[in-house]
Design a protein around this ligand. Structure first.
Ligand code: C2E
Ligand code: MG
Ligand code: MG
Ligand code: MG
Length: 286
């Protein structure tokens, strides 16, 4: 009995500790927004048919004054639960559009949207303002959403997707294949792009089941007339496999890590100069 009680006390204590940590994180996140501790990194995405840069995905980074770089996987969920995501998301959209406006017109920018941002009525205005302020053409902005937006308020969220699409922005389904019913979601909105999750890309050199999934998604994309993008491409072999399967685009550490805006500018300048040979060069250097 005493044992059970101490186990419970331990449980209670760790719960309290977790709640305290979250509370501190919430306060720190609010401060981070005010004190400009966030930065966007940009990861290149390549079109396989001509090896050109299709665009970059904006990925948020938090330079915590004591803890250094904090991963979005750690703080985005907390920002979603506390509502701070709307302010952070606004900053991300603005910053990403301003950066992309400096790039050649053929280079797009992809921005991740949380389901929680769809709960805010102001999302449409936020997107319009970000585009207008930057002077960015809407078709150069792509919004990445995950299946989570279909889990609650799905009717309302789908309406929002259509309203965003009306603006001329593109809509991509991120982390495809990891949710509960990816295929049915694919039917509920005409996505411009599906990004297959990197868990399906890893090991396609040896894992015939993952390769079969990749092949199926390539066929699916062709049938739906949707661009297919493979995330998490880490090796030359994965790249050539994806090429063989006529995948549309690749993104991953092998073809380019996420980098600060200044480096992305240089990356664009150097890659457009050496253009089509880029991926072949990467492949032969590996
Ligand atoms: P995501 O949108 O699926 O982004 C891709 C993640 O995979 C990024 O992690 C990227 O750095 C990582 N990655 C890219 N290539 C490779 C590779 O070859 N190998 C491996 N192992 N990983 C690779 P990151 O930057 O840590 O972001 C994690 C997640 O956080 C993102 O997943 C996205 O869901 C979320 N996130 C990031 N930035 C934002 C943002 O501005 N707003 C929102 N709402 N969510 C964001
Ligand atoms: Mg993404
Ligand atoms: Mg993803
Ligand atoms: Mg993700």
């Amino acid at each position: 009995k005493a044992d059970g009680r101490s186990t419970f006390r331990f449980y209670e204590q760790s719960m309290r500790l977790a709640a305290e940590r979250r509370h501190i994180l919430t306060l720190e996140l609010r401060q981070a927004l005010n004190e400009n501790q966030f930065e966007l990194y940009y990861q290149p995405i390549f079109t396989l048919s001509d090896d050109s840069i299709s665009g970059f995905e904006a990925l948020i980074r938090w330079h915590h004054p004591q803890r250094g770089m904090v991963s979005p996987a750690e703080f985005i969920p907390v920002a979603e639960e506390t509502g701070l995501i709307s302010g952070i998301g606004q900053w991300v959209l603005r910053e990403a559009c301003l950066t992309a406006a400096r790039w050649p017109k053929s280079v797009k920018i992809s921005v991740n949207l949380s389901a929680a941002q769809f709960d805010q009525a102001g999302l449409l205005d936020t997107v319009v303002m970000a585009l207008e302020e930057a002077g960015l053409e809407p078709h150069r902005l792509e919004l990445e959403i995950t299946e989570s937006i279909f889990l609650s308020n799905s009717r309302q969220n789908i309406q929002m997707l259509y309203a965003l699409r009306e603006l001329g922005v593109r809509i991509a389904m991120d982390d495809f294949g990891t949710g509960y019913s990816s295929l049915s979601y694919l039917r509920s909105f005409p996505f411009d792009k599906i990004k297959i999750d990197r868990s399906f890309v890893s090991g396609i050199e040896v894992d015939t089941r993952n390769l079969a999934i990749i092949q199926a998604v390539a066929v699916l994309g062709a049938g739906f007339n949707i661009i297919t993008t493979a995330e998490g491409v880490e090796t030359a072999q994965q790249l050539s496999r994806l090429r063989n399967e006529h995948f549309g685009e690749v993104q991953g550490f092998f073809t380019g890590r996420p980098m600060p805006a200044g480096e992305a500018d240089i990356f664009i300048a150097s890659k457009t100069a050496s253009s089509a040979r880029l991926l072949n060069e990467l492949a032969s250097s590996a």
